[in-house]
Design a protein around this ligand. Structure first.
Ligand code: CP
Length: 309
């Protein structure tokens, strides 16, 4: 499959994922073309804060010999602050750069941007919509730990925990998992923060076995992967609502004692209080390796987009 823009995890198929993961594995082992993107420029345009996504994309581009131009607080430091539209901004930047990595507060922003850009647009998170490259690194991490001969074990169970309404990484990872029919998903959230209908309808269409529950302990007992997320404070209108859900589900020494011995604990990060640092040294905690994999998968994705993989 040839991708131009990357705006949604639904664009991927298993064959493309297999190729991407093979390339990312080679990169992880230090085997990559260090000058492949010589002369190419990436524009990193971030309207929302980021540590991992922006810096790993910038590092990925530079490790492959490319260069980066960026604005880390585009709402304030770009001409958006003077009223310029996203459409005009993207039209202009695409005449300066060879690829645009865009994080925006509005769901669908990358899709809109892709229609006005002459170069590939990569969605680096669009409000409470999607975060497809996070899902790529999440699934790459899951495959690295659990896959045998390129597929996941039968009845492989992933528990997605937290603010499932606003958690864009949950949405994108669920879309990727829906490509693997034997996977089971358990969504654990307060009733007010369940996964969006658009996602659950998609899973029904794909005949994916999924369950929506508030029973955290049950999910911990049966899951192969516990994918923990934070309550997304920035998406709540009032502090009171946020406080109601803050601390709903905590992973600590006591709760992880319920988990399988070979399970994995993942988190897109940043964490707030939902993973106690006391479990960081547990062998099931792989969230820091997961974040590091972001560099390799983004290098692989850039090589793909520039036909250099
Ligand atoms: N996981 C993730 O998107 O982290 P950042 O917000 O730091 O980029």
């Amino acid at each position: 499959m040839k991708l131009k823009h990357v705006v949604s995890a639904t664009q991927f198929d298993t064959d493309t994922l297999r190729k991407l993961f093979n390339t990312a594995s080679k990169i992880k082992n230090g085997n990559y073309p260090k000058k492949a993107l010589n002369g190419k420029i990436m524009a990193a345009i971030f309207y929302e804060p980021s540590t991992r996504t922006r810096l790993s994309f910038e590092a990925a581009m530079q490790r492959l010999g490319g260069q980066v131009i960026s604005t880390e607080n585009a709402s304030q430091f770009s001409s958006a602050s003077k009223g310029e539209t996203l459409e005009d901004t993207v039209r202009i930047i695409s005449s300066y750069a060879d690829v645009i990595v865009l994080r925006h507060f509005s769901p669908g922003a990358s899709d809109i941007a892709s229609k006005f850009s002459s170069v590939p647009v990569i969605n680096a998170g669009d409000g409470n919509g999607e975060h497809p490259t996070q899902a790529l690194l999440d699934l790459f991490t899951i495959f690295g730990k659990f896959s045998k001969n390129g597929s996941l074990p039968p009845k492989f169970t992933v528990a997605m925990v937290g603010d499932l309404t606003n958690g864009r990484t949950i949405h994108s990872l669920s879309y990727l998992l829906s490509l693997y029919p034997k996977v089971k998903i358990i969504f654990v959230s307060p009733k007010a923060l369940t996964a969006p209908n658009s996602l659950t309808s998609h899973l029904r269409e794909k005949n994916i076995d999924f369950l929506e529950t508030e029973d955290f302990k049950y999910a911990l007992k049966v899951a192969d992967v516990v994918y923990q997320t934070r309550i997304q404070k920035e998406r709540f209108k009032g502090k009171k609502d946020y406080k109601k859900y803050f601390g709903s589900f905590i992973l600590d020494n006591k709760t992880i004692s319920l988990m399988k011995r070979n399970a994995a604990i993942m988190h897109p990060l940043p964490r707030v209080n939902e993973i106690n640092p006391e479990i960081d040294d547990d062998k099931r905690s792989i969230y820091f390796e997961q974040a590091q994999n972001g560099l390799y998968i983004r290098m692989a994705l850039l090589l793909f987009l520039f036909d250099k993989a």
